[in-house]
Design a protein around this ligand. Structure first.
Ligand code: A2P
Length: 271
């Protein structure tokens, strides 16, 4: 899905070159989840929902870069990212220790399929995420464009524990204050969190809740409608595979930017 480019690649045009940008802030949500905000280079453009390569230099002087979804909307002055921290992860073990004022390498080549123009027109848009897979949707739900394209948006987030929902809830709070969104836009979004390892109002994996029908009952619909429902999926490989089967069985077709369809998938950053 994504190609890592070597930082010594000489065939890149200037807009794709590495650039070091400053860390504005970092927030540790749990022992293993953190978010960080970076300065946005003035001429850096992207579409809400896209990812870029970012990273750090390790102690041998080598750039360690990984794909990260941008969690802030395309209109924001800064760039927000949401990450898991893996103890022996080559990048995240370093990244989780960054401080305000540090430099992070950014490659200016945003890409990805979780963008509005990869979907055919529709009425209802489902955004299905597990874990850090919520990052691209954190960007999209604060972009006025999504509310012009869809009458209703349902953000679904499955996590293990209640504390894992905190970043998503911050985004929902920020969204409430977004002046670019109209009051009516704010009512177009429904939020459906589920937890798998703690007692909660919605318990279980979203895949199981869809198959059992509990999800549809809770949000007050009979099922997916291939004519007017669209979906974006971002999670682990297994999650994406299971969601793909569910959506194909419901008659939805997978899309891409070159061939827009009813749903699109992208793997969440894993470590
Ligand atoms: P579970 O606790 O049952 O594994 P992780 O922290 O491992 O990235 O997982 C994030 C959330 O995604 C957890 O709640 C996890 O549930 C859920 N999950 C993991 N794999 C799948 C899958 N294949 N389908 C649905 N949910 C999944």
């Amino acid at each position: 899905m994504q190609t890592l480019q070597n930082s010594s690649d000489t065939h890149l045009n200037p807009s794709e070159l590495d650039e070091t940008v400053e860390v504005i802030s970092i927030t540790h949500w749990t022992k293993s989840l953190f978010s960080f905000r970076l300065q946005r280079p003035k001429s850096f453009r992207f579409n809400s929902g896209e990812f870029i390569l970012l990273g750090l230099t390790d102690n041998t002087g080598k750039s360690v870069l990984r794909a990260y979804s941008i969690a802030s909307p395309s209109w924001d002055d800064t760039l927000l990212f949401y990450s898991i921290s893996v103890e022996d992860g080559p990048l995240t073990s370093m990244l989780s220790k960054i401080k305000k004022g540090d430099g992070v390498i950014l490659k200016r080549k945003p890409t990805g399929t979780l963008v509005l123009n990869a979907l055919r027109p529709g009425k209802k848009l489902f955004l299905f995420a597990t874990g850090t897979g919520i990052a691209p949707f954190a960007s999209l739900i604060r972009d006025p464009l999504i509310y012009e394209n869809f009458a209703e948006i349902i953000l679904v987030h499955t996590c293990r524990m209640r504390e894992d929902l905190a970043f998503g809830q911050l985004i929902l709070d920020l969204r409430k204050k977004d002046s670019l969104l109209k009051g009516s836009n704010k009512k177009q979004l429904k939020y459906f969190p589920t937890l798998t390892r703690e007692k909660f109002v919605n318990e279980g994996r979203i895949t199981d809740l869809i198959i059992s029908g509990v999800f549809f009952r809770e949000i007050g619909i009979l099922g997916f409608c291939s004519e007017s429902d669209r979906a974006m999926v971002c999670g682990s490989l297994d999650f994406n595979k299971e969601m793909k089967t569910i959506l194909l069985n419901a008659g939805l077709a997978e899309g891409s930017i070159s061939d827009p369809g009813d749903f699109v998938l992208e793997r969440a950053f894993v470590g």
